[in-house]
Design a protein around this ligand. Sequence first.
Ligand code: ASP
Ligand code: MG
Length: 436
Amino acid sequence: MKVLKFGGTSVGSAARMREVTKLIVDGEQKIVVLSAMSGTTNTLVEICDYLYKKNPEGAYELINVLEKKYKQHIEELYTTEVYKNKTHAFVKSIFDYLRSFTKEMFTLFEEKIILAQGEIISTNMVTNYLCEIGVKACLLPSLEYMRTDKHGEPDLPAIRENLQVLLEEHKGYEIYITQGFICRNAYGEIDNLQRGGSDYTASLIGAAIYAEEIQIWTDIDGMHNNDPRIVENTTPIRQLHFEEAAELAYFGAKILHPTCIQPAKHANIPVRLLNTMAPDAPGTLISNESEAEKIKAIAAKDNITAIKIKSGRMLLAHGFLRKVFETFESYQTSIDMVCTSEVGVSVSIDNTKYLHDIIDDLKKYGTVTVDEHMCIICVVGDLEWENLGFEAKAIEAMKDIPIRMISYGGSNYNISFLIREEDKAKALKALNTHLF
Ligand code: ASP
Ligand code: MG
């Protein structure tokens, strides 16, 4: 069985929902993961904001505006009175529920319930539409199988077991529609897999049922080999290794949630990125296979801060790196790049919430210097160390750009440069010309 995921824009209007159903109905059994209609989760976040700030009128107004939009979508989507009425009644019950929160005290617990409603509505709408046009479709409620453990991490064995039971109970349907993003936590409360988490849902379901393939449908034709906002004539990448895709997702390619492909990678299930606007385009296939001797893509990540700790005293001393890393750990700040020399170490971070405290602590171990407004440029491809010439080519492309750090050899799949943010466009273009 395949698992297909459609994001918020793909189900962003009645017309788009109808397009999605055309893509999924082909006689093959499948699980379809849907996001909330685009903009809905953001509005739900705003509603929660008003409720936290004890402004129920503000929340009320947003709820009413959103409800009006859904009434319109329902009128546009269905042709029969039966399905219009049925869906209106369901959606009204959700909005009445949302309005009930405006009178009570508001905590994270209530917030998570509110954030879950976008997916609950969109999946109900699409399932009803499929039934209206005569497709054998049913809804698999995520809250009945998607689970996180005490650490907030997905509990794959539980998910697998729950799903098996649910699928067994609902045998013989062509299409199983389910909500992305939402789940229950270890205490049985409604929770979610973080913003953008619907990709993660698809990957987890794929791993849980040992799917034949996971398809992530968006509105672009796969991952591109460079940033299309900066470089002209970028092209979609046909094939990527999971690790290449993870680097790209982390370093800027917005198309995929960075952690989401981990379950698919571990279960060895290929992930295909496809475009709802051009469904016949090949898209990008991500798998455990890598293409030898090929540079695949370039990505950039802004807002990076570099920190250098230099210490003559620590020369040849052991334990220096541990102390440095522990300092970052104690402030829950993760490090992206690391470069070391005998007398010091440079690291880069993107979360600067505790920068001042970190610098203060690091001063115990040496002289600390900080460079802000930096950018990581990441070149991804077959960069196995024994291959000749690829890293040289990348460095040659960067010859006119001041480089603060270079990281190579951490994986077989990337070389990263830390440069000034103002040099980013120049670097992306130069690499594009030299590498492709
Ligand atoms: N609706 C959720 C969000 O907007 C999850 C998703 O779309 O992936 O973050
Ligand atoms: Mg790296």
